[in-house]
Design a protein around this ligand. Structure first.
Ligand SMILES: Cc1cc2nc3c(=O)[nH]c(=O)nc-3n(C[C@H](O)[C@H](O)[C@H](O)COP(=O)(O)OP(=O)(O)OC[C@H]3O[C@@H](n4cnc5c(N)ncnc54)[C@H](O)[C@@H]3O)c2cc1C
Length: 408
Protein backbone atom coordinates (compact mmCIF):
# COMPACT_ATOMS: atom_id res chain seq x y z
CA UNK A 1 0.00 0.00 0.00
CA UNK A 2 1.39 3.41 -0.83
CA UNK A 3 1.36 6.34 1.63
CA UNK A 4 0.64 9.88 0.43
CA UNK A 5 1.96 13.35 1.22
CA UNK A 6 2.13 16.74 -0.52
CA UNK A 7 5.92 16.75 -0.25
CA UNK A 8 8.42 13.98 0.42
CA UNK A 9 11.86 15.03 1.65
CA UNK A 10 14.49 12.37 1.00
CA UNK A 11 17.39 12.62 3.49
CA UNK A 12 17.27 13.98 7.04
CA UNK A 13 20.73 15.54 7.21
CA UNK A 14 20.82 19.15 8.40
CA UNK A 15 19.50 20.49 5.08
CA UNK A 16 16.73 17.91 4.58
CA UNK A 17 15.45 18.22 8.15
CA UNK A 18 15.33 22.03 7.86
CA UNK A 19 13.56 21.79 4.49
CA UNK A 20 10.93 19.49 6.02
CA UNK A 21 10.38 21.84 8.98
CA UNK A 22 10.21 24.96 6.79
CA UNK A 23 7.75 23.46 4.28
CA UNK A 24 5.54 21.95 6.98
CA UNK A 25 5.29 25.47 8.44
CA UNK A 26 3.64 26.57 5.19
CA UNK A 27 0.89 24.04 5.76
CA UNK A 28 2.22 21.27 3.50
CA UNK A 29 1.78 17.66 4.53
CA UNK A 30 5.43 16.57 4.61
CA UNK A 31 6.96 13.12 4.97
CA UNK A 32 10.69 12.52 5.55
CA UNK A 33 12.50 9.41 4.29
CA UNK A 34 15.90 8.72 5.85
CA UNK A 35 18.13 5.72 5.18
CA UNK A 36 19.81 5.78 8.60
CA UNK A 37 18.14 4.41 11.72
CA UNK A 38 17.62 7.12 14.41
CA UNK A 39 20.02 5.65 17.00
CA UNK A 40 22.76 4.80 14.48
CA UNK A 41 26.24 6.09 15.24
CA UNK A 42 27.46 8.73 12.78
CA UNK A 43 29.79 7.20 10.16
CA UNK A 44 32.13 10.09 10.94
CA UNK A 45 32.20 9.52 14.73
CA UNK A 46 35.59 9.63 16.42
CA UNK A 47 36.84 7.15 19.02
CA UNK A 48 35.69 9.53 21.77
CA UNK A 49 32.18 9.46 20.32
CA UNK A 50 32.15 13.01 18.92
CA UNK A 51 31.37 13.61 15.28
CA UNK A 52 34.56 14.52 13.43
CA UNK A 53 32.52 16.30 10.79
CA UNK A 54 32.17 19.84 12.09
CA UNK A 55 30.02 22.49 10.48
CA UNK A 56 30.64 26.22 10.49
CA UNK A 57 27.19 27.77 10.87
CA UNK A 58 26.82 31.35 9.66
CA UNK A 59 24.56 33.82 11.54
CA UNK A 60 22.00 33.40 8.73
CA UNK A 61 21.95 29.62 9.30
CA UNK A 62 21.64 30.07 13.07
CA UNK A 63 18.74 32.47 12.48
CA UNK A 64 16.98 29.88 10.29
CA UNK A 65 17.33 27.23 13.02
CA UNK A 66 15.80 29.68 15.50
CA UNK A 67 12.92 30.50 13.12
CA UNK A 68 12.24 26.78 12.84
CA UNK A 69 12.16 26.44 16.66
CA UNK A 70 15.14 24.09 16.81
CA UNK A 71 15.90 24.28 20.52
CA UNK A 72 19.38 25.78 21.01
CA UNK A 73 19.80 23.95 24.30
CA UNK A 74 19.82 20.68 22.31
CA UNK A 75 22.87 21.60 20.22
CA UNK A 76 24.55 24.88 21.20
CA UNK A 77 26.61 23.52 24.12
CA UNK A 78 28.42 21.14 21.75
CA UNK A 79 29.45 24.06 19.56
CA UNK A 80 31.70 27.07 19.93
CA UNK A 81 31.03 30.66 18.84
CA UNK A 82 33.89 32.33 16.97
CA UNK A 83 34.53 36.04 16.91
CA UNK A 84 37.45 36.14 14.46
CA UNK A 85 38.80 34.38 11.41
CA UNK A 86 42.43 34.53 10.36
CA UNK A 87 43.99 33.25 7.14
CA UNK A 88 47.65 33.41 6.28
CA UNK A 89 49.98 32.23 3.56
CA UNK A 90 52.72 29.79 4.54
CA UNK A 91 54.82 31.01 1.58
CA UNK A 92 55.00 34.68 2.40
CA UNK A 93 53.86 37.41 4.69
CA UNK A 94 50.25 37.87 3.56
CA UNK A 95 47.73 37.62 6.34
CA UNK A 96 44.10 38.58 6.71
CA UNK A 97 42.07 38.84 9.90
CA UNK A 98 38.32 39.38 10.06
CA UNK A 99 36.59 40.17 13.32
CA UNK A 100 32.97 40.37 14.42
CA UNK A 101 33.47 43.90 15.84
CA UNK A 102 34.42 45.23 12.39
CA UNK A 103 30.85 44.73 11.21
CA UNK A 104 29.18 45.29 14.55
CA UNK A 105 27.98 41.76 15.30
CA UNK A 106 28.52 39.64 18.41
CA UNK A 107 29.98 36.61 16.59
CA UNK A 108 30.94 35.51 13.07
CA UNK A 109 29.24 32.15 13.50
CA UNK A 110 29.46 28.88 15.40
CA UNK A 111 31.35 25.67 14.90
CA UNK A 112 29.25 22.65 15.75
CA UNK A 113 29.86 18.92 15.39
CA UNK A 114 27.39 17.50 12.87
CA UNK A 115 25.78 14.81 15.03
CA UNK A 116 24.36 16.91 17.92
CA UNK A 117 22.84 19.33 15.42
CA UNK A 118 21.35 16.54 13.27
CA UNK A 119 20.00 14.89 16.42
CA UNK A 120 18.42 18.17 17.62
CA UNK A 121 16.74 18.47 14.22
CA UNK A 122 15.37 14.92 14.39
CA UNK A 123 13.88 15.75 17.79
CA UNK A 124 12.27 18.87 16.33
CA UNK A 125 10.77 16.85 13.48
CA UNK A 126 9.28 14.47 16.04
CA UNK A 127 7.98 17.32 18.21
CA UNK A 128 6.35 18.98 15.19
CA UNK A 129 4.63 15.69 14.32
CA UNK A 130 6.30 15.35 10.91
CA UNK A 131 6.13 11.74 9.69
CA UNK A 132 9.58 10.18 9.30
CA UNK A 133 10.30 6.78 7.78
CA UNK A 134 13.80 5.75 8.87
CA UNK A 135 16.04 2.77 8.30
CA UNK A 136 15.16 2.28 4.60
CA UNK A 137 16.70 4.09 1.64
CA UNK A 138 15.07 5.30 -1.55
CA UNK A 139 15.77 2.87 -4.38
CA UNK A 140 13.32 3.81 -7.13
CA UNK A 141 11.06 6.58 -8.35
CA UNK A 142 8.51 6.96 -11.14
CA UNK A 143 5.96 9.51 -12.34
CA UNK A 144 2.29 8.64 -12.09
CA UNK A 145 -0.44 11.05 -13.21
CA UNK A 146 1.48 14.24 -12.34
CA UNK A 147 2.71 12.82 -9.02
CA UNK A 148 5.89 10.94 -8.05
CA UNK A 149 5.95 7.50 -6.52
CA UNK A 150 9.06 6.89 -4.43
CA UNK A 151 10.05 3.29 -3.70
CA UNK A 152 12.04 2.30 -0.60
CA UNK A 153 14.38 -0.66 -0.38
CA UNK A 154 12.05 -2.34 2.16
CA UNK A 155 9.48 -2.57 -0.67
CA UNK A 156 7.15 0.21 0.59
CA UNK A 157 6.11 3.22 -1.50
CA UNK A 158 5.24 6.87 -0.89
CA UNK A 159 3.41 9.10 -3.35
CA UNK A 160 3.80 12.90 -3.41
CA UNK A 161 3.36 15.95 -5.64
CA UNK A 162 6.97 17.00 -5.02
CA UNK A 163 10.11 15.10 -3.98
CA UNK A 164 12.79 17.27 -2.33
CA UNK A 165 16.14 15.55 -2.84
CA UNK A 166 18.27 16.26 0.25
CA UNK A 167 20.08 12.93 0.12
CA UNK A 168 23.64 14.30 -0.05
CA UNK A 169 26.45 14.39 -2.59
CA UNK A 170 25.76 10.88 -3.94
CA UNK A 171 22.03 11.66 -4.30
CA UNK A 172 20.05 8.66 -5.50
CA UNK A 173 17.01 10.83 -6.21
CA UNK A 174 19.11 13.08 -8.46
CA UNK A 175 20.24 10.15 -10.56
CA UNK A 176 16.73 8.61 -10.63
CA UNK A 177 15.48 11.97 -11.95
CA UNK A 178 18.12 11.80 -14.70
CA UNK A 179 19.87 15.01 -13.58
CA UNK A 180 23.50 15.20 -14.71
CA UNK A 181 26.26 16.53 -12.47
CA UNK A 182 29.43 18.28 -13.50
CA UNK A 183 32.19 17.10 -11.29
CA UNK A 184 35.70 18.30 -10.80
CA UNK A 185 38.15 16.09 -8.98
CA UNK A 186 40.52 18.42 -7.15
CA UNK A 187 43.09 15.62 -6.84
CA UNK A 188 42.99 16.25 -3.09
CA UNK A 189 41.58 14.59 0.01
CA UNK A 190 40.51 16.29 3.22
CA UNK A 191 41.40 14.78 6.56
CA UNK A 192 39.05 15.62 9.43
CA UNK A 193 39.81 15.00 13.09
CA UNK A 194 39.68 16.61 16.53
CA UNK A 195 42.88 17.75 18.25
CA UNK A 196 43.83 18.91 21.70
CA UNK A 197 46.26 21.84 21.61
CA UNK A 198 48.55 23.34 24.21
CA UNK A 199 47.53 27.00 23.79
CA UNK A 200 43.98 28.43 23.54
CA UNK A 201 42.37 28.92 20.14
CA UNK A 202 41.07 32.36 21.18
CA UNK A 203 37.65 31.61 19.67
CA UNK A 204 39.18 32.20 16.26
CA UNK A 205 38.87 30.09 13.08
CA UNK A 206 42.45 29.71 11.82
CA UNK A 207 43.37 28.71 8.28
CA UNK A 208 46.91 28.39 6.98
CA UNK A 209 47.43 28.10 3.24
CA UNK A 210 50.29 25.67 2.69
CA UNK A 211 51.61 24.93 -0.82
CA UNK A 212 50.23 21.40 -0.32
CA UNK A 213 46.73 22.66 0.58
CA UNK A 214 44.87 24.57 3.33
CA UNK A 215 44.91 23.50 6.98
CA UNK A 216 42.17 24.75 9.31
CA UNK A 217 42.01 24.74 13.11
CA UNK A 218 38.42 25.52 14.07
CA UNK A 219 37.53 26.28 17.68
CA UNK A 220 35.54 23.82 19.83
CA UNK A 221 34.56 24.27 23.48
CA UNK A 222 37.27 23.54 26.07
CA UNK A 223 36.67 20.38 28.11
CA UNK A 224 38.10 20.26 31.66
CA UNK A 225 40.45 23.10 30.75
CA UNK A 226 41.71 21.26 27.66
CA UNK A 227 41.73 23.32 24.44
CA UNK A 228 40.21 21.54 21.45
CA UNK A 229 39.97 22.29 17.76
CA UNK A 230 38.32 20.63 14.81
CA UNK A 231 40.95 20.01 12.13
CA UNK A 232 40.35 19.98 8.37
CA UNK A 233 43.52 19.39 6.36
CA UNK A 234 43.37 19.26 2.57
CA UNK A 235 46.27 17.57 0.80
CA UNK A 236 47.11 15.88 -2.48
CA UNK A 237 45.59 12.41 -2.43
CA UNK A 238 48.85 10.45 -2.02
CA UNK A 239 50.14 12.72 0.70
CA UNK A 240 46.77 12.63 2.52
CA UNK A 241 46.63 8.83 2.44
CA UNK A 242 50.14 8.67 3.89
CA UNK A 243 49.16 11.15 6.64
CA UNK A 244 46.00 9.20 7.46
CA UNK A 245 48.14 6.09 7.98
CA UNK A 246 50.45 7.78 10.53
CA UNK A 247 50.31 6.79 14.20
CA UNK A 248 48.59 9.37 16.45
CA UNK A 249 51.83 10.82 17.86
CA UNK A 250 53.37 11.24 14.40
CA UNK A 251 50.21 12.83 13.02
CA UNK A 252 50.03 15.21 16.01
CA UNK A 253 53.65 16.24 15.44
CA UNK A 254 52.99 16.81 11.73
CA UNK A 255 50.00 19.02 12.59
CA UNK A 256 51.99 21.07 15.05
CA UNK A 257 54.75 21.61 12.46
CA UNK A 258 52.25 22.53 9.75
CA UNK A 259 50.78 25.20 12.08
CA UNK A 260 54.30 26.48 12.85
CA UNK A 261 53.81 25.61 16.52
CA UNK A 262 51.44 28.57 16.80
CA UNK A 263 49.29 26.71 19.35
CA UNK A 264 52.19 25.00 21.10
CA UNK A 265 52.27 21.23 20.85
CA UNK A 266 49.35 19.21 19.51
CA UNK A 267 48.82 17.02 22.58
CA UNK A 268 46.33 14.44 21.25
CA UNK A 269 44.36 13.61 18.12
CA UNK A 270 41.25 11.55 17.45
CA UNK A 271 40.82 9.05 14.60
CA UNK A 272 41.18 10.54 11.10
CA UNK A 273 38.28 10.56 8.62
CA UNK A 274 39.43 11.14 5.05
CA UNK A 275 37.23 12.00 2.10
CA UNK A 276 38.01 12.83 -1.53
CA UNK A 277 37.59 16.48 -2.41
CA UNK A 278 35.34 16.85 -5.37
CA UNK A 279 33.50 19.95 -6.40
CA UNK A 280 30.18 18.98 -7.96
CA UNK A 281 27.32 20.94 -9.37
CA UNK A 282 24.03 19.56 -10.66
CA UNK A 283 23.29 20.85 -14.17
CA UNK A 284 19.76 21.69 -13.13
CA UNK A 285 18.10 21.84 -9.72
CA UNK A 286 14.64 20.77 -10.97
CA UNK A 287 12.91 18.02 -12.94
CA UNK A 288 9.22 17.10 -13.13
CA UNK A 289 8.19 16.31 -9.55
CA UNK A 290 11.72 16.76 -8.14
CA UNK A 291 13.82 19.60 -6.70
CA UNK A 292 17.39 19.41 -5.37
CA UNK A 293 18.73 21.10 -2.21
CA UNK A 294 22.01 21.00 -0.26
CA UNK A 295 24.80 18.61 -1.18
CA UNK A 296 22.47 16.83 -3.63
CA UNK A 297 22.72 20.03 -5.72
CA UNK A 298 26.26 21.24 -4.95
CA UNK A 299 29.34 19.97 -3.15
CA UNK A 300 32.17 22.42 -2.61
CA UNK A 301 35.65 22.48 -1.16
CA UNK A 302 35.52 22.59 2.69
CA UNK A 303 38.06 25.45 2.61
CA UNK A 304 35.09 27.83 2.49
CA UNK A 305 33.33 26.23 5.47
CA UNK A 306 30.14 27.05 3.54
CA UNK A 307 28.73 23.59 2.66
CA UNK A 308 25.87 23.61 5.11
CA UNK A 309 25.24 27.37 4.84
CA UNK A 310 24.63 27.19 1.09
CA UNK A 311 22.24 24.28 1.67
CA UNK A 312 20.29 26.26 4.24
CA UNK A 313 20.10 29.23 1.85
CA UNK A 314 18.57 26.80 -0.68
CA UNK A 315 15.93 25.93 1.94
CA UNK A 316 15.05 29.61 2.55
CA UNK A 317 14.61 30.36 -1.15
CA UNK A 318 12.67 27.15 -1.81
CA UNK A 319 10.33 28.00 1.07
CA UNK A 320 9.80 31.52 -0.32
CA UNK A 321 9.02 30.16 -3.80
CA UNK A 322 6.56 27.51 -2.55
CA UNK A 323 4.75 29.82 -0.12
CA UNK A 324 2.18 31.01 -2.68
CA UNK A 325 1.31 27.67 -4.34
CA UNK A 326 1.00 26.01 -0.95
CA UNK A 327 -1.46 28.63 0.22
CA UNK A 328 -3.66 28.50 -2.86
CA UNK A 329 -5.01 26.14 -5.51
CA UNK A 330 -1.46 25.58 -6.85
CA UNK A 331 -0.85 22.83 -4.27
CA UNK A 332 -1.62 20.11 -6.83
CA UNK A 333 0.99 21.63 -9.18
CA UNK A 334 3.86 21.58 -6.69
CA UNK A 335 5.84 19.26 -8.95
CA UNK A 336 5.60 21.56 -11.99
CA UNK A 337 9.19 22.54 -12.89
CA UNK A 338 8.02 26.00 -14.04
CA UNK A 339 7.06 26.76 -10.45
CA UNK A 340 10.68 26.23 -9.44
CA UNK A 341 12.25 28.38 -12.13
CA UNK A 342 13.09 31.25 -9.77
CA UNK A 343 14.41 28.92 -7.11
CA UNK A 344 16.85 27.41 -9.58
CA UNK A 345 17.82 30.75 -11.11
CA UNK A 346 18.62 32.34 -7.74
CA UNK A 347 20.31 29.44 -6.04
CA UNK A 348 22.18 27.88 -8.95
CA UNK A 349 23.61 31.31 -9.81
CA UNK A 350 24.77 32.07 -6.24
CA UNK A 351 26.17 28.57 -5.70
CA UNK A 352 28.03 28.63 -9.04
CA UNK A 353 29.82 31.83 -7.97
CA UNK A 354 30.89 30.20 -4.70
CA UNK A 355 32.08 27.03 -6.49
CA UNK A 356 34.13 29.09 -8.97
CA UNK A 357 35.60 31.22 -6.18
CA UNK A 358 36.70 28.12 -4.26
CA UNK A 359 38.22 26.64 -7.40
CA UNK A 360 40.13 29.85 -8.10
CA UNK A 361 41.38 30.20 -4.52
CA UNK A 362 42.52 26.60 -4.42
CA UNK A 363 44.54 27.10 -7.63
CA UNK A 364 45.94 30.44 -6.48
CA UNK A 365 47.17 29.09 -3.16
CA UNK A 366 48.56 25.90 -4.71
CA UNK A 367 50.56 27.90 -7.28
CA UNK A 368 54.34 27.80 -6.92
CA UNK A 369 54.95 30.47 -9.54
CA UNK A 370 56.72 33.41 -7.77
CA UNK A 371 54.50 35.96 -9.54
CA UNK A 372 51.31 34.31 -8.33
CA UNK A 373 52.79 33.93 -4.87
CA UNK A 374 53.49 37.68 -4.78
CA UNK A 375 49.98 38.38 -6.06
CA UNK A 376 48.23 36.35 -3.38
CA UNK A 377 50.28 37.85 -0.54
CA UNK A 378 49.67 41.33 -1.93
CA UNK A 379 45.97 40.44 -2.36
CA UNK A 380 45.63 39.36 1.25
CA UNK A 381 47.33 42.56 2.41
CA UNK A 382 45.26 44.83 0.15
CA UNK A 383 41.94 43.28 1.19
CA UNK A 384 43.06 43.72 4.80
CA UNK A 385 43.75 47.42 4.14
CA UNK A 386 40.46 48.07 2.36
CA UNK A 387 37.90 48.24 5.13
CA UNK A 388 34.89 48.40 2.79
CA UNK A 389 35.91 45.40 0.65
CA UNK A 390 36.74 43.42 3.75
CA UNK A 391 33.40 44.20 5.39
CA UNK A 392 31.50 43.28 2.21
CA UNK A 393 33.34 39.93 1.92
CA UNK A 394 32.60 39.22 5.53
CA UNK A 395 28.91 40.07 5.33
CA UNK A 396 28.57 37.79 2.29
CA UNK A 397 30.34 34.87 4.00
CA UNK A 398 27.97 35.30 6.93
CA UNK A 399 24.90 35.18 4.71
CA UNK A 400 23.94 38.72 5.78
CA UNK A 401 23.67 40.09 2.21
CA UNK A 402 21.80 37.22 0.59
CA UNK A 403 18.76 37.34 -1.67
CA UNK A 404 16.73 35.14 0.67
CA UNK A 405 15.50 35.93 4.07
CA UNK A 406 11.78 36.42 4.62
CA UNK A 407 10.86 34.69 7.84
CA UNK A 408 8.26 31.90 7.79
C1 LIG B 1 32.68 13.14 5.43
C2 LIG B 1 32.19 14.58 5.31
C3 LIG B 1 32.87 15.60 6.00
C4 LIG B 1 32.45 16.93 5.88
N1 LIG B 1 33.11 17.91 6.57
C5 LIG B 1 32.67 19.19 6.49
C6 LIG B 1 33.30 20.24 7.21
O1 LIG B 1 34.30 20.01 7.90
N2 LIG B 1 32.77 21.50 7.10
C7 LIG B 1 31.65 21.79 6.33
O2 LIG B 1 31.16 22.92 6.25
N3 LIG B 1 31.07 20.81 5.64
C8 LIG B 1 31.54 19.54 5.70
N4 LIG B 1 30.93 18.57 4.97
C9 LIG B 1 29.80 18.95 4.13
C10 LIG B 1 28.57 19.18 4.97
O3 LIG B 1 28.44 18.14 5.91
C11 LIG B 1 27.38 19.29 4.06
O4 LIG B 1 27.62 20.31 3.10
C12 LIG B 1 26.12 19.67 4.83
O5 LIG B 1 25.99 18.95 6.00
C13 LIG B 1 24.85 19.54 3.96
O6 LIG B 1 24.49 18.24 3.92
P1 LIG B 1 23.09 17.69 3.39
O7 LIG B 1 22.06 17.67 4.48
O8 LIG B 1 22.73 18.32 2.09
O9 LIG B 1 23.59 16.19 3.09
P2 LIG B 1 24.11 15.10 4.09
O10 LIG B 1 24.60 15.64 5.37
O11 LIG B 1 25.04 14.23 3.30
O12 LIG B 1 22.77 14.31 4.41
C14 LIG B 1 22.16 13.45 3.49
C15 LIG B 1 21.21 12.53 4.23
O13 LIG B 1 20.52 11.72 3.27
C16 LIG B 1 20.51 10.37 3.70
N5 LIG B 1 20.43 9.54 2.51
C17 LIG B 1 21.39 9.34 1.57
N6 LIG B 1 20.94 8.53 0.58
C18 LIG B 1 19.66 8.21 0.91
C19 LIG B 1 18.68 7.40 0.28
N7 LIG B 1 18.90 6.75 -0.89
N8 LIG B 1 17.46 7.29 0.88
C20 LIG B 1 17.20 7.94 2.06
N9 LIG B 1 18.11 8.71 2.69
C21 LIG B 1 19.33 8.86 2.13
C22 LIG B 1 21.81 10.21 4.48
O14 LIG B 1 21.74 9.13 5.41
C23 LIG B 1 21.93 11.57 5.17
O15 LIG B 1 21.31 11.60 6.43
C24 LIG B 1 31.35 17.25 5.06
C25 LIG B 1 30.66 16.22 4.38
C26 LIG B 1 31.08 14.89 4.49
C27 LIG B 1 30.32 13.82 3.74
Amino acid sequence: MSRRADIVVVGAGVVGACAALALARLGAEVMVLERRAPGAKAPTAGVLGEDLRTLALSPASIALLAELDVDESDWAAAGCPYGAMEVWDAEGTGNLRFTAEEIGVAELGRLVPHHPLAFALWQTLEREGIACVTGAGVSGMEALGGRSVVRLDDGSEVEAALVVAADGGESRVRSLAGIEVSSEDTGQRAIATLAEIERPHENTAWQRFLPTGPLAFLPLPDVDGRHRVSVVWSLDTDRALAMEALADAEFAAALSRAMEGRFGAVLAVDRRVGFPLQQRHAQTYRAPGVVLVGDAAHVLHPMAGQGVNLGLQDVRVLRDELRRPLRGPGRALLGDPDLLYHYERIRRGENAIMLRTMDGLQRLFAAEDPGLRWLRNEGLRRVGDLGMVKRTLLRQAMGLDSTAGEPA
